[in-house]
Design a protein around this ligand. Structure first.
Ligand code: PHE
Length: 340
């Protein structure tokens, strides 16, 4: 019976040589010290030996049990330390590692110019009004003094959706929509997308316009030019001036084409302004009395001016962009150049 202890001890020594993790260690502990373990089995064998030897046998088992418990406790402490060290080293942060680069997006140049124009005109007291992109013939043409057989309809190649509906060719449609609802004084800015069947380096079938409309008592062409001077100074620089040239639009009378002094050469002549010192930027005029009448506003009491500009055109002039397609290709190398 004596060598049972020796054997068990040898077995324990053998079993506890190396454990990879605390689970293995726990299983081993259970194998010897657990309720169905080897040592518990020894206690049961106490019945097999003569009564007088039992106390000594019991002491031996107890001593062995204490020894095993002490060994396992030590192993567990070491395992715990080892596992903790592993866990901590796995979680450590290498503060010398380069950070992940965060690339910040930029606003599209058309959005930038649009926002800028809104800021400038909102600063002068204009309210923003947005009309629908699909319009009917009445708002886009007829109410703007351009009846069906009017030759001015040829000025804009129109995309028709049906006989009566079309993609608006101009934000001027917003003038009618607003004046039907609101009485003077009116000071509105109507930004939005417009569509024309037109496609070359400076024209695209979809582009953005910004319409301005001011209607009140005693509004004159001087008010229009004064306000456009302020616009030009804000967009093209402090020294900018404007010049009005006679033009024609059915919904304004008189109508003008507005030039801004060339912001590249300052007016002396360069390749951008083709040697003239001036660049055409928008169309404008005094609101035609027939348009006011169409909206139920008395033209003998009220007068007004309107203007319409292409946002892409302003962006191209301001940033020196020579092809309108660059604005719709969405090449990041192009777009990321427009940073604050
Ligand atoms: N709607 C005109 C165009 O698209 C521009 C314009 C607006 C002219 C307002 C005069 C007054 O060409």
């Amino acid at each position: 019976m004596d060598n049972i202890f020796e054997e068990l001890l040898a077995e324990v020594k053998d079993a506890i040589r190396d454990f990879h993790n605390s689970k293995e260690l726990y299983d081993a502990r259970m194998r010897f010290l657990g309720r169905t373990g080897r040592l518990t089995a020894l206690y049961k064998r106490i019945r097999e030996i003569p009564p007088e030897e039992r106390p000594a046998f019991g002491q031996k088992i107890n001593a062995l049990k204490e020894e095993l418990e002490a060994r396992f406790a030590e192993l567990e402490a070491r395992m715990h330390e080892k596992e903790l060290a592993e866990k901590l080293s796995g979680e450590s942060v290498d503060v010398t590692m380069p950070g992940r680069r965060v690339t910040v997006g930029t606003l599209h140049p058309v959005t930038r110019v649009k926002n800028m124009l809104i800021d400038v005109f909102a600063g002068m007291g204009f309210e923003i009004f947005e009309g629908p992109e699909i319009e009917n013939d009445y708002y886009n043409f007829t109410a703007l003094n351009t009846p069906a057989d009017h030759p001015a309809r040829d000025m804009q190649d129109t995309f028709y959706v049906s006989e009566n509906f079309l993609l608006r060719t101009q934000t001027s449609a917003g003038q009618i929509r607003l004046m039907e609802k609101k009485r003077p004084p009116i000071k509105m800015l109507c930004p939005g997308r417009v569509f024309r069947s037109d496609d070359d380096a400076t024209h695209s079938p979809m582009f953005h316009q910004m319409e301005g409309l001011v209607v009140d008592r005693h509004i004159t062409l001087c008010d229009l030019q004064g306000m456009l001077d302020e616009f030009a100074r804000n967009v093209f620089g402090k020294e900018s001036k404007t010049r009005l040239r006679p033009s024609y639009f059915p919904f304004t009378e008189p109508s003008v084409e507005v030039d801004v002094s060339c912001h590249v050469c300052g007016g002396t002549g360069c390749s951008l302004c083709k040697g003239t010192g001036w660049i055409e930027v928008l169309g404008a005029g005094m609101v035609n009395r027939r348009v006011l009448e169409n909206c139920g506003i008395d033209p003998d009491e009220y007068t007004g001016f309107a203007f319409g500009m292409g946002v892409e055109r302003i962006a191209m002039l301001k940033y020196g962009i020579n092809n309108i397609k660059l604005l719709t290709e969405n090449d990041v190398r192009f777009l990321e150049q427009f940073k604050d």
